[in-house]
Design a protein around this ligand. Structure first.
Ligand SMILES: [Zn+2]
Length: 212
């Protein structure tokens, strides 16, 4: 781990190689992280998370290595990943499979909306459309509608159930959180089991918010 291998990759290697935990279960990122960062393996006794003295057992790692492990395993305080969600995410669906179009950034700076397949994406991968052309198209459409007095009068009649701005902010926030979760999974910071539960919950919340 100190040589740069991720906890997730070590767990995967051990699970594939048939190396069980002491209780015979599969390794999870949480289990291995809690062991590696525990003062007990460096020979310290703890009480409620605080080191209270030296233990009567043989240490597995020395104190320097323990400190290095704790530092390496500490939750990263780096600023949160910037959300990559674009303004129309949540309003667009794929014409081929009906899945949601998601934001997609290319390394060359190209931005697009895309139906994405792969872990947590749930699409067919069949559609990709440049952001600029599409966003301009939608802007012109909306400006055209707003310029029409009949449409404006009809919209004035509408009484939204809740403040629509707050609702679309909440929806955008859910999309940002979902993309961060997918980032964590694809970069190996969390394993598949850890990924699935919050992913399903966020998908439910996004579905409800979209319907509202
Ligand atoms: Zn699709």
């Amino acid at each position: 781990m100190l040589a740069g291998e991720s906890v997730w990759s070590i767990c995967t290697r051990w699970n594939k190689g048939g190396v069980p935990t002491v209780t015979g279960k599969s390794w999870t990122v949480q289990t291995l992280t809690s062991i590696l960062s525990s003062p007990r393996i460096a020979g310290f006794r703890t009480h409620r998370g605080t080191v209270v003295g030296e233990g009567q057992w043989k240490r597995i790692v020395d104190e320097d290595r323990h400190d290095a492990l704790v530092a390496a395993l500490a939750p990263r305080k780096s600023k949160p990943r910037q959300g990559r969600t674009y303004p129309l995410v949540g309003f667009l669906v794929c014409g081929k499979c009906g899945g949601p179009l998601r934001s997609l950034a290319r390394e060359n700076g190209g931005r697009s909306y895309a139906c994405r397949k792969g872990p947590g994406m749930g699409g067919c991968g069949g559609i990709r459309i440049q952001t600029n052309g599409l966003e301009n198209y939608v802007r012109d459409l909306i400006c055209g509608m707003l310029a029409d007095p009949v449409t404006r009068a009809a919209m004035a009649e509408l009484t939204p159930a809740a403040a629509p701005g707050a609702m679309s902010d909440a929806l955008a926030d859910l999309h940002v959180r979902r993309e961060r979760l997918v980032d964590l999974y694809t970069e190996g910071d969390i394993d598949c089991a850890t990924f699935r539960t919050p992913q399903a919950r966020l998908d439910d919340q996004i579905k409800t918010a979209s319907e509202q």
